[in-house]
Design a protein around this ligand. Structure first.
Ligand code: SF4
Length: 56
């Protein structure tokens, strides 16, 4: 798959310091998503954003 230019990351994790709550977007240029070890549900909960930082 081709790399997208000007990719936008939509995110609803409002407790993250990088989340723009008004627009439900991530303000970072790029994020890291990693699999949850031992979680093999074949559902979206196998992945999580490792760039998350709590607001405080
Ligand atoms: S760093 Fe991850 S959790 Fe935080 S706003 Fe961006 S995509 Fe969402």
């Amino acid at each position: 798959m081709k790399q997208k230019q000007n990719q936008k990351i939509n995110c609803t994790v409002t407790s993250c310091k990088y989340n723009d709550k008004g627009f439900q977007e991530c303000t970072l240029d790029q994020i890291i998503v990693t699999p949850i070890i031992g979680c093999e549900t074949k559902q979206p909960d196998e992945s999580m954003c490792s760039s998350y930082k709590h607001e405080n």
